[in-house]
Design a binder for this molecule. Structure first.
Ligand code: AKG
Length: 293
């Protein structure tokens, strides 16, 4: 028999299963938020030494030492023990166990900054085509590190889209775009969008098939969103290149390693070979703009 969830109610668990997302206001304590901010501020300082994107920092084209404009810190878990402790033992792991448990695997983490005064949009997409697995259990938990309102480009999700079509994220020329093409987006009920906003410490959860995205940050405040992806332990990755140099990916964070892999009969689009170079979704989606800049 399934265990009762510990961090959410049975209704919230049922809401996630039906709609593919959750928003939990002030889920993470102030003590945790202060610790995460301390390390994050250090990385923003360090980013001043960077002139263009690399595997650690993804920066906007006009990022500079005097005016840092970070898009993403990739794999925070690998850069500081506080981030690792949060990903492996923090309150979101209990939440992941409630939604996926009892056996839970960590896949990856990232910190999307969406800088003030225009921090970039994330076009409508689904995540699982970037890192296909044998089943569709993977989900991403996002932590808002500041209060987030409509102006700041909150995460937008299309309820129930996790149970609908899985889209082709390659463009007409056969190149990976990382977003749903204009010709296809008409099949997504964008009018149903739920914008997930909340005070500092709030968390968002979205399933890996969920259509989601976010607008540019038009406010004067940065919108850091710390994202962690977990899966049921019986979901095995079908494209190892994205985790090839990530020693912590595929760590079991709750329960046991799976004895049997579970296969969903629905097909999954395969991404390009990421070992040939991957920085972030911003880098992929904004390529034309960056190259023009
Ligand atoms: O930062 C956001 O608003 C969305 C992030 C996202 O969808 C992603 O990184 O895949």
């Amino acid at each position: 028999m399934a265990e009762e969830p510990k961090t959410i109610t049975a209704e919230q668990k049922a809401f996630y299963d039906e709609n593919g997302y959750l928003l939990l206001e002030k889920f993470v304590s102030d003590a945790w938020m202060d610790r995460l901010w301390d390390v994050t501020n250090r990385f923003v300082e360090e980013s001043r030494t960077v002139t263009k994107s690399n595997i650690k920092f993804d920066v906007e084209p006009d990022h500079s030492a005097d005016n840092p404009r970070l898009r993403r810190l990739s794999q925070p878990v690998e850069h500081d023990p506080v981030y690792k402790e949060f990903a492996f033992n923090g309150p979101i792991v209990d939440l992941a166990a409630d939604l996926l448990g009892p056996d839970v695997k960590f896949h990856h983490s990232k910190l999307n900054f969406k800088w003030s005064g225009g921090g970039e949009e994330v076009k409508w997409h689904q995540d699982i085509q970037f890192w296909p697995h044998t089943n569709y259990s993977p989900l991403t938990i996002g932590l808002y590190m500041s209060d987030v309102d409509d102006e700041m480009g909150p995460m937008g999700v299309i309820p129930k889209s996790h149970d609908a079509e899985l889209f082709d994220l390659y463009g007409k020329d056969g190149a990976w775009t990382g977003y749903i093409a204009d010709d296809d987006i008409g099949r997504v009920p964008l009018q149903d969008v739920a914008w997930l906003k909340g005070p500092r410490g709030s968390v968002t959860v979205h399933n890996c098939r969920m259509v989601h995205g976010s607008e540019p940050n038009r406010s004067t405040r940065v919108r850091p969103l710390l994202l962690h992806t977990y899966s049921a332990a019986d979901a095995l990755t079908l494209e190892p290149s994205i985790v090839a140099n990530r020693p912590l990916s595929n760590s079991i964070v709750r329960g046991e390693r799976a004895k049997w892999a579970r296969f969903d009969p629905r097909p999954c689009l395969m991404p390009p070979d990421w070992s040939k170079g991957y920085v972030s979704i911003f880098d992929v989606q904004q390529k034309d703009k960056d190259n023009a800049a």
